[in-house]
Design a protein around this ligand. Structure first.
Ligand code: SF4
Length: 364
């Protein structure tokens, strides 16, 4: 297996280059390239060509390597299929938005949670990602944005800014099954890339004790709870984690996080239909009754309910519901005084739901 230079400490990198017969300052040059997200050695133009070739034989730059890159038709979303050093594959997505450049990061290879609507869990959990494997996903996106150019002096929030400004830990995996590394990754983001806590979002399917750990950690990030159903019976059918932590326990922990850190809580709610035996679509978790039950759970709390029209996953037996049904559900929440918005689908033309790219590649 090749040595991953990004994983080496400064003295280790210096030893690596001096063992190759090179002067020590080469380590500083290489390190600058690594911190910009250089995908390989060919881009390191200030190194002699024979050194670049030698490095290529024995080493890799980052702990992730791009296997496939897909661009949405509007050029606003880039999706990467990345390979880790042991051959496992993960996804990460760069979204260029009016408020900045956001990266959706994976926290595990695969996922053990078994949510019935999700593609990422179909092959089970492979393993947790390391701090550097998460950080390198951000560097891949950073390189995509500005290549070998040094940092532009434009404030975050400027649509022409070519820096990553927002992070969502919402890719493959359940971040709170890998809490220690996720916290290490977020601390590194904040200290090394200067990404503010308020521009970081961690999404969980609801591992209540780990939500309480985030509260103890005390950083004012955004917390998103994948709720997807307002009653335990329904939620347990689509999210097995609900058999371990019921809705009340999860929301109590989440409201405590939101209140103690003074952050608005994000509630994620995928709107699902299903097919009956005649092939007709019926509304599954987006009925009027469920909209009212969801409103009761949210009332009096500082929350934003993100409604997500379902993305088709071939292997799952759910169906999309009509735009009218989506708006009817939202209207009930609004009438009940709940803050809500419909999440715009991004990059639907390049692989729709999270996990699909990895899944499709794995089946080849
Ligand atoms: S929705 Fe998230 S937690 Fe659930 S299976 Fe998919 S990746 Fe895992």
């Amino acid at each position: 297996m090749k040595t991953i230079l990004f994983n080496l400490t400064k003295p280790e990198l210096e030893k690596f280059v001096t063992d190759m017969g090179c002067p020590r300052f080469r380590a500083t040059q290489i390190s600058e390239w690594l911190n910009r997200g250089a995908p390989d050695f060919s881009v390191m133009k200030n190194l002699p060509e024979d050194l670049r070739n030698k490095l290529d034989e024995t080493a890799r730059t980052l702990p992730v390597k791009i296997v496939k890159k897909l661009e949405s038709s509007d050029n606003q979303t880039t999706k990467f299929l990345l390979e880790l050093n042991d051959g496992e594959q993960i996804e990460c997505v760069l979204m260029r938005t009016t408020y900045g450049n956001s990266v959706c990061v994976s926290s595990q290879a695969g996922c053990a949670m078994g949510c019935k609507f999700c593609a990422s869990t179909l092959l089970g959990l492979k393993r947790n990602l390391t701090i550097n494997e998460m950080f390198a996903q951000v560097l891949v996106a950073q390189w995509e944005l500005r290549g070998d150019k040094l940092k532009d002096i434009k404030p975050n929030g400027d649509p022409n800014n070519n820096d990553v400004s927002h992070i969502v830990v919402m890719g493959t995996g359940e971040p709170l099954q890998n809490t220690e590394n996720v916290i290490g990754f977020l601390e590194k983001l904040n200290s090394e890339l200067n990404i503010s806590w308020r521009r970081i979002t961690v999404s969980t399917c609801g591992i209540a004790p780990q939500i309480r750990e985030l509260t103890k950690w005390g950083r004012p990030i955004n917390l998103a709870i994948s709720l997807h159903a307002p009653v335990d019976e329904l939620r347990s059918q689509i999210m097995p984690i609900n058999n371990m932590y019921k809705i009340k326990e999860v929301l109590d922990a989440a409201f405590e996080f939101s209140e103690s850190l003074n952050r608005q809580l994000m509630i994620e709610y995928i709107l699902l239909g299903k097919k009956d035996e005649n092939g007709e679509t019926y509304i599954y978790n987006a009925t009027e009754e469920y909209a009212n039950k969801l409103s009761e759970l949210m009332r009096g709390h500082n929350v934003m309910v993100n409604l997500i029209p379902w993305n088709a996953v071939d292997e799952r037996d759910f169906a999309s519901i009509s735009g009218n049904a989506v708006h009817r559900f939202q209207d009930i929440l609004i009438k009940n005084g709940i803050h809500t918005r419909i999440r715009r689908e991004r990059g639907a033309d390049i692989g729709s739901a999270c996990g699909q790219l990895r899944l499709k590649n794995a089946k080849k």
